[in-house]
Design a protein. Structure first.
Length: 111
């Protein structure tokens, strides 16, 4: 069970959209899907190893209240860092979610 007082970080969830630029080429753009309060933890040791088996490398676990429509195709912006969603785990009869993310370096982020 998560207490509201533990959700101290503000995160932005973004979804991607394919749009056309001036010359008709398809480009990927990101727009805000939701902004929510969350608990953000860096993973290390055994927990990181456990999640690495599921989603490859993992770097952060984000705990939040459920967000309708959240998918692993979205990304999270946290303190100007881009986190790619690897897994979404529902707990306590869907009262909260644990989202396992990997951090992307600036060179890996599609603009």
């Amino acid at each position: 069970m998560i207490n509201a007082g533990e959700l101290t970080e503000r995160i932005t969830i973004e979804k991607s959209t394919n749009t056309q630029n001036e010359v008709g080429e398809s480009t990927l753009t990101w727009s805000t899907f939701a902004t929510v309060w969350a608990k953000v933890q860096s993973l290390s040791g055994r927990e990181a190893e456990r999640y690495a088996e599921i989603v490859g490398f993992s770097g952060h676990k984000i705990t939040m209240r459920p967000v309708t429509g959240l998918t692993s195709a979205m990304r999270i912006i946290y303190r100007n860092r881009t986190l790619e969603i690897g897994a979404i785990n529902e707990f306590d009869r869907i009262r909260y979610l644990d989202v396992i993310c990997t951090e992307k370096s600036p060179a890996e982020i599609p603009q």
